[in-house]
Write a protein that binds this ligand. Structure first.
Ligand code: NAD
Ligand code: WQD
Length: 337
């Protein structure tokens, strides 16, 4: 059997996806430069699945190194491209670093896929491409709004690069998965989101506050046009998200499918406010969160959640795990840190 290349496979979403792929019998090679993940993740994956995936330390934004990698790994059938920088705020401070890493990596992958006749690509996109949608829940047909950050722009431009490349190379097919807000960790608590510095995202901030690493959580804004005044997002369990990659893999490898480029919303279809997240966390863990209401965070949108009809029907995929499941798993992961 040929292999699946998972770039960024030691990272948060990548590691959970590798577990699902191995459990379904796929052979994996991970390429990651470990800028935002640790090599120990490989042992953790082995503990969960019984198999240690092949690993290559590689900077995919380096075209020469990537070319050499594809020359020695000539049995790749499909690429899942996670490798990217993802911190929205940092991208505003260091836009070129984000454009260089995220876009050069993608172009190197597409170049080598074309050179080696590799036909299948799954790309990590984001609901950030929608900005604040005019109509909710947001469908894949909603207009792409001007990106709020260089990071968001890398995802918009990346989708265009893939679409243009497919137009010129009829052998290539791709699925872009637009993730909503991934949270939680594997039930084993052996893999999860690596906390580096002060977290920007809500859930790591919540768990670190309860663990005593942060003093107090700030709830950014309680004067939004929502029921309780706090902002609404579609929080998806990372294991559900990982499974979406599995079904996307099967769809691409199905020779009867004549697709070229498809985009899917990968969310739960449910929106939850920040206060709902806090209350659910407290209920499910029995822990109290020290929080205060603070001003709105610059650049935040009011509300977004996914219309997942297309993914449900076409991919045959649906998020199964609840917000409570996800928050409990995030807390169990935090306790191991
Ligand atoms: P992560 O930082 O945990 O994982 C990304 C991995 O890519 C890391 O292991 C990092 O070391 C690696 N990497 C970065 N640049 C690289 C390069 N040039 N060469 C090789 N490896 C490189 O992030 P994640 O949360 O797992 O996100 C994975 C993907 O999903 C990213 O493309 C991200 O933009 C996208 N995404 C994430 C979220 C989210 O909230 N986590 C939401 C939407 C989309
Ligand atoms: C969620 C909600 C905050 C922290 C980001 C990226 C997006 C995507 C997912 C990659 C918001 C509130 C947060 C805190 C709070 N990533 N909050 N106090 O901003 O929806 O999305 O991650 O593609 O592109 O922008 O996620 O977890 O930062 O915030 O009140 O300390 O929690 O205001 O309403 P966000 P988040």
């Amino acid at each position: 059997m040929k292999k699946i290349l998972v770039t960024g496979g030691t990272g948060y979403i990548g590691s959970h996806t590798v577990v699902e792929l191995i459990n379904s019998g796929y052979k994996i090679v991970i390429a990651d430069n470990l800028t935002n993940s640790k090599i120990e993740v490989l042992d953790r994956i082995e503990k969960i699945t019984g198999i240690k995936p092949q690993f290559e330390k590689l900077d995919i934004s380096d075209s020469k190194a990537t070319k050499a990698f594809f020359e020695t790994n000539n049995d790749i059938e499909l690429v899942i491209h996670f490798a990217a920088y993802k911190a929205v705020g940092e991208s505003v401070q260091k836009p070129l670093m984000y454009y260089q890493n995220n876009l050069n990596s993608l172009m190197n992958i597409l170049t080598e896929m074309s050179r080696h006749n590799i036909e299948n690509l799954i790309f990590s996109s984001s609901c950030t491409v929608y900005g604040q949608p005019d109509i909710l829940p947001v469908t894949e047909q909603s207009p792409i709004k001007k990106a709020d950050s260089p990071y968001g722009n890398t995802k918009q431009v990346a989708e265009e690069i893939i679409s243009d490349t497919i137009f010129s190379n009829k052998n290539l097919k791709s699925i872009a998965l637009r993730y909503f807000n991934p949270i939680g960790a594997h039930k084993s608590a052996l893999i999860g989101e690596l906390p580096i510095g002060v977290p920007n995202n809500l859930i790591p901030f919540v768990t670190q506050t309860v663990a005593g690493k942060r003093e107090q959580l700030s709830v950014f804004g309680n004067n939004y046009n929502t029921e309780d005044g706090t902002a609404i997002r579609d929080y998806i369990h990372v294991v559900d998200l990982a499974q979406a990659h599995l079904v996307a893999t099967e769809r691409l490898l199905d020779k009867n499918n004549k697709l070229d480029f498809e985009t899917f919303n990968i969310g739960t279809g449910r929106g939850n406010s920040v206060l709902e997240v806090i209350n659910t966390f407290e209920e499910v863990t029995g822990e109290k969160i020290n929080y205060k209401i603070a001003p709105r965070r610059l650049g935040d949108i009011e509300k977004v959640w996914a219309d997942t009809t297309f993914a449900n029907k076409e991919l045959g995929w649906k998020a199964k795990l609840s917000l409570a499941d996800a928050l409990l798993s995030a807390w169990n992961w935090e306790k191991t840190q």
